[in-house]
Design a protein around this ligand. Structure first.
Ligand code: SAJ
Length: 460
């Protein structure tokens, strides 16, 4: 087993690429969340000595016990056992910075309640690293969090000036966007292509060697930091716009007595038609967030991001649109205002993961509750504590009884595969609404459900 190097004052030098190729580097990961923890595990699995840093005592204690502190079940059996070699977990950024050649910052970049980018985590993590970087070590500091072009320079370089640190002498700064896909074992940190931006091409090219050991996919140096920053944010902007298109079509086609899924499936026979699926809304901490970064940057340079803004508005309004359709279905089926009982199958923002961040189920339920409708939910991936106050949590789907409508809010496999005929028997009113377009509506209608779905003409 390779002996861990005890060399202090680590950092970049001409041997960096060679050391990266042999795994002979100490790599620190700052922020052990949905991206940082898999990244830390990935670098350790790739043979590097890893220091993982998180401010959360809960996360650090769980990892010291060898347990998974996150809701992603894919990580359950990937957490190194206590005492594993090349695996150091600490709450101290300074300790990791002193021990590491490379510090990778994977902290959250949320948007504030007024939908402005919140860069406070990036700023504070960078400051903690730079304060401990020392002089002359050329510590490599890589930001992976999703930002917009210019954030690394505008947030970190002033700190370097304040601390009297110099790029190229005391630190090297780079940007390599995370492309981690929660709940998708085929696109983990070891199976996704990466791009690296750095103002110093020699350093940038040497970092290709570092990430080539992490992932089996393409890794390339793409030029200055801003190129890599822009790459990631537009990847998710494009996705938001594409989803907004099908969500807008899902509002138009039922008025033409057409099912949007029939039209989309037909259009998908064309070689370059990209298939997206309408839903109750767009959740998560990537797609509904990242466009605001691009919008902010465009506004700063005086170029209106009209399409990006409009698409974001369509997706953000989807839960409100769907709640109007659901209320109409209930009332048309004789359910008196203020008396309806609705069951959400799934609450998570995405199938196969236990993550309620920005889930559209929340605004949808709030709109319905405002109309006096009571909401219950069953989500096998979430704990009761993940569900907001005022929503009844069902632990066992076979106990669900007396509802007027069931909404498939998240296409978890477990939700799609429930015993639909048994549930039908226990419904007070047999209204079904497929919010993720994964059910066979004809089969459900034949079973006895009033089978409805986002983008499908109403069945009363
Ligand atoms: N959604 C739709 N219709 C679609 C696709 C998604 O309504 O056709 C909804 C989902 O239900 C969810 C939201 O959009 O509420 C986001 O879904 P997502 O599949 O984009 O999943 P995320 O948010 O986990 O996005 C991540 C992103 N990965 C990174 O940022 C590294 C995204 O870039 C990936 O493309 C995406 O995973 C993926 O491919 O699954």
């Amino acid at each position: 087993m390779k002996q861990e190097r005890s060399r202090k004052n680590m950092g970049w030098d001409a041997s960096f690429a060679t050391r990266a190729d042999s795994g002979d580097l100490n790599v620190g990961i700052i922020g052990l969340g949905y991206v940082g923890l898999p990244t830390a595990i990935g670098f350790r699995d790739a043979g590097f000595n890893v220091w993982g840093v998180d401010l959360s005592e809960r996360i650090v204690n769980a990892l010291h016990e060898g347990t998974n502190p996150l809701g992603d079940p894919d990580l359950d059996d990937m957490i190194p056992a206590p005492g594993s070699d090349r695996w150091h977990i600490t709450r101290s950024t300074a300790e990791a910075t002193a021990e590491c050649d490379v510090l990778i910052v994977t902290v959250p970049t949320p948007v504030s309640p007024d939908l402005k980018p919140d860069l406070s985590y990036v700023e504070s993590a960078g400051r903690a690293v730079f304060e401990a970087a020392g002089n002359g070590n050329r510590k490599v500091v890589i930001l992976e969090s999703t930002v917009y072009p210019g954030v690394t320079a505008s947030t970190w370089l002033p700190i370097l000036d304040e601390l009297g640190l110099e790029e190229g002498k005391d630190v090297e700064v780079a940007y390599c966007p995370e492309r981690f896909n929660p709940g998708d074992p085929n696109h983990g940190v070891r199976q996704v292509a990466r791009v690296i931006g750095c103002s110093n091409p020699e350093v940038g090219e040497s970092l290709v060697h570092l990430y080539r050991r992490l992932t089996s996919e393409d890794v390339r140096y793409v030029g200055k930091v801003e190129v890599a920053e822009a790459t990631k944010v537009i990847e998710n902007v494009q996705r938001d716009i594409n989803i907004a298109l099908v969500n807008e079509l899902a509002q138009i086609f039922p008025e033409l007595d057409l099912d949007v899924e029939d039209v989309l499936s037909s259009a998908a026979t064309k070689w370059n038609f990209h298939r997206y699926t309408p839903g109750i809304g767009v959740g998560g901490h990537c797609i509904p967030v990242d466009p605001y970064y691009m919008m902010q940057r465009a506004q700063e340079v005086g170029v209106p991001a009209e399409l990006i803004t409009a698409a974001r508005a369509v997706n953000r309004m989807m839960p409100k649109h769907v709640s109007g359709v659901l209320r109409d279905l209930l009332y048309q089926s004789g359910v008196a205002a203020g008396e309806g009982r609705v069951l959400f199958l799934g609450w998570s923002y995405k199938a196969g993961v236990g993550d309620a961040r920005e889930t559209p189920a929340e605004p949808l339920s709030e709109n319905l509750k405002d109309a006096g409708i009571s909401i219950s939910t069953w989500d096998p991936y979430l704990a009761a504590s993940d569900i907001p106050e005022g929503i009844e949590v069902i632990d066992d789907i076979s106990s669900a009884d007396g509802f007027d409508m069931v909404v498939l809010a998240t296409a978890h496999k477990e939700c799609v595969e429930i015993d639909w005929s048994a549930l039908l028997e226990r419904m007070r009113t047999p209204i079904l609404y497929d919010g993720r377009r994964v059910l066979d509506l004809d089969a459900m209608q034949a079973m006895g459900w009033k089978a409805n779905a986002v983008g499908s003409p109403a069945q009363y």
